[in-house]
Structure formats: structure tokens, C-alpha cells
Ligand binder design. Sequence first.
Ligand code: PBG
Length: 310
Amino acid sequence: MSQSSPERIVIATRESRLALWQAEHIKARLEALHPGCRVELLGMTTRGDQILDRPLAKVGGKGLFVKELETALLDGRADIAVHSMKDVPMMMEPEFALPCITAREVPLDAFVSSRYESLADMPPGAVVGTSSLRRESQIHAQYPFLGVTSLRGNLDTRLRKLDEGQYDAIILAAAGLTRLGLGERIRSVMPAEVSLPAAGQGALGIECLAARTDVIGWLQPLVDADTTACVLAERAVARALAGSCEVPLGAYAVMREGRLWLRGFVARPDGSTIVRAEREGAPAEAEALGRALADDLRAQGAEAILAELG
Ligand SMILES: NCc1[nH]cc(CCC(=O)O)c1CC(=O)O
């Protein structure tokens, strides 16, 4: 087999149903791209999967979903790791690279309920389940008469808790539901104006060691340029504002007629203050656009919110 074609690729993956679906999806794409290559999954559990009794914001945020996968890259047990981009920390260690962001699915949030059509349809006192400060702050800002209660666990657990009546509705990423064939549970897709998504939501990223130029080459055909520009801009906003689970922050970019259209917000967790901004720019300047939008948000009041949240 030629030097440029891989004989074997090992994918490190979390073992949630969604993570395994995502890893299998990339496996199938790599097998189609590199006929004869043996693509295998190396499943593992991360701390993010184990800590279910409190909001991730309290125990360290996104890094909890990737650390063990990165260890498998470092010790050679795996060649790549497949992540939901929204779970990848904004700052990565220099020994790692993220050379491939694939085509995005629906990046928006989904309203899931058997009783109501949307947030606007819910009566005062009705309870929404989410553990995302991003989602919670936007609900409080627009629907202050609704209750918001913490919701942890994998996707199946969250749906079970809803079906058991612990909530009147829950909010999940539409991409997670559609990937697992649960699209019919989506009562309505939430417009970005109602629930601006998290940076990278709906996009898959493939991580490897920065030194693995061979792997980087193998992955290039899977790169989606438009999604990459959007996600880089969104992550630049979050990185510039020190984005983590602790800060209620959303960033969402779409490509329109060859230009990037980027929106962002920062809010107090109780939604009492919400600062929004938008910019458009060239895809090639995606990260600079994200940093400029972060400056706009700071200038419009985000600085004070971030200072309070520490
Ligand atoms: N850790 C939560 C998480 N990480 C990625 C997704 C959905 C899939 C994606 O955004 O690619 C979810 C579930 C959710 O937000 O409801």
C-alpha cells in the first residue's frame, strides 16, 4: 500500500451512544476514503461521563470529555480522537492538533416535550431541564416566568427523565437527536434568536498529535471548509472571552453568499443582563472576526459580566 495510504487507523472514543455513533460515522468515512485500511474503535470512559451528580461547570468543564482520549493519542494506543466540537476546550495543548472539522449538522438547540410546542407555549411555573448555563440564561432573559432545573446524563438518560415527568420540557442539541435517529422527539427546533448555540455545536472534530503529519494528510478529504470557518470564528469568540462552562456564552456563525455571518452573546446566569453582537467578514479571517466580536461584546457590557463570574 502506498506510503500516503494508511493500513490501520485507531479511533479513540467515549462510550456514550452519541460518541460511538460519531466515531462509527468517521470510521465509515475513512474506510470509504482509504479502501483496505483497517479502522478500529478504542472505547473509553472519561471523567465527564462519570461525574453526573453536579453541573459540569462546577467540576472543570469541557476538558473532562477529552483528557483520556488525548492520553491514548500520546501513548500510541490511538491515532485520532473524534469529538463533538462543542466539547473540545478552547485552548489545546501544543502537542495536539485538530486538523479536521467535518460538515456540520443542524447546529441549533431542540425543544423536546410531549406537552408543549415551544418555550413560548409554556405556562408560568412550567419547568425546563438543562444544565447548560448558555441555555438557562437565554430562557431566563426571554421567559423569566419559567423554571429551569439541572439536567445531567447522556442523551437517553435525559429523555428518560423527561418521560418520567421530572420536567415539562428539556433542551438538547438537535444534532445529537438526529444522529441517533431520535429526530421525532424534536417538538421544535429553536431559532438562533431564541437559543444561540454553543461554539462548535453540531460539528465533529478529529484530533491527533500535531507531529502526526501522516494522519493529518489522511484526514484532509474529510475537511469541510465552510464549517471549519464557522467553528473557528465561534471558538475565537469563546476563547477571547475565556469561554468555559462557567460563562453563559453563545457563538454561532453561518456562511452566507461566501461571507461569514457571526453572532454572539454573553449573559448573567439569571438572564438579568444579556449582551449581543454580530459581525460579518471573510472566511479566511474567521478567527480575527471572532476576536473582534468578542471585543464588541466586552465593550457593550460583557466585561462587567465576566468580571462578576470570575
Ligand atoms: N456534552 C454535551 C453535548 N456535546 C455535543 C452534543 C450534541 C452533538 C453536537 O453538538 O455535535 C451534546 C448534547 C447536547 O448539547 O444536547
